[in-house]
Design a protein. Sequence first.
Length: 495
Amino acid sequence: METKADRPLCLVTGATGYIGGRLVPELLATGYRVRCLARSPGKLRDHPWAGKVEVVRGDVTDPVTVGAAMRDVTAAYYLVHALGTGRDFEDTDRESARVFGERAAGAGVRRIVYLGGLTPAGVPERELSPHLRSRSEVGRILLESGVPTTVLRAAVIIGSGSASFEMLRYLTERLPVMVTPSWVRTRIQPIAVRDVLRLLVSGAAMPADVNRAFDIGGPDVLTYRDMMLRYAAVAGLPRRVILPVPVLTPGLSSLWVGLVTPVPSSIARPLTESLRYEVVCRENDITRYAPDPPGHPIGFDEAVRLALKRVRDADVSTRWSSASVPGAPSDPLPTDPDWAGGSLYTDRRERRVDAPPEALWRVIEGIGGENGWYSFPLAWSVRGLADRLVGGVGLRRGRRDAHRLRVGDSVDFWRVEEIDPGRLLRLRAEMRLPGLAWLELRVDTDDTGHTRYHQRALFHPHGLLGHAYWWSVSPFHSIVFGGMARNIARTAERA
């Protein structure tokens, strides 16, 4: 009789990201054991499958932690990339792939599975965009590692919460008339995220003599213009007017996408650069090893319908923003008041609330996104716009779920650093700032049994610019933070 320990063990990197976070439950459902390698294991704590997997701390750039994570592993999934970490991201990707392949070979791993990008036919690697070039190079390094490797190469992935889908959705829904870059005429072969996950799972069980890349795509080959028009039809929107112009460079295109959609220009740029090339599958050999079940591959219209249903049902399990913003701070929250790390500015607010603690907590956990920040909406909007103009994420990321939060969730330009349901929500700022910032919201009761609301904003300045920033915005704190405390309390009382 087979025990749990007898089942094959899969290592998943990138489990805090969009694809990795969805792949883990698929592997579990197939019968695999799963180990996740994460720089910040706490971000996986609140996932519904967290108690069914082993989580180890580590980084793909660190040979020691990668080697330890590979122990007893049958198949290792490489689902990370250094895009957006700086100009040398290609060097980081190259070194990470080399470390991963070497450690997998040393540990006797039977297969590596990698999700890369579909590259255009006839275009030399050196002429590709840095994003596509790096993805192609990583695949080649893994194929040469000595470990049988399955490289899946996909173009645009259509699924609730994917960056490509969010970009398509917001451009189409917000702009009934669009002056667009010429890349809207480029042919693309999109694929539904459900098919990507199905093929990733199948990739782990390929025969030992298979060591190659596979093109994967859906049944439809469309231009980006076709995709926008068909999205509008599926979503029940009036027909969109699309006017392509040749003058929008990739840089200008990414700024345009960044202003209209929740996807910041730092992520939009590699996506738009990739759309300059025709990316259509040149073979369909994957079906020899993973035959299509009935109803698959899923067509574009059906993929959009499924994604929209998830969005409307607030059932989006992971989003493109699930992974931390590249370069986001990871310093621990300064202890207060005996922190010895330098200046620490604090704005504290406290109010008695004539409502049960549960009612107050519901308001706190629902903050951000469509519910806003309960004070001076114009100030928050201006701050979000200013952040996007300097390349930050802005306010448009919204929330994964309108009512529930978990560690690692993005909430506009914040990220959930800690949550103790019913008691504490701590958010870390991911906006562009000359320092580190946190916002902490807490519920408790006083000695008389009344509900108390505690709010604390903390800022650790970096250099003179950081100090100047705090003092320049502090006159507005009574309006922004004071108004927030009052309105959160009032909303809980009305509820």
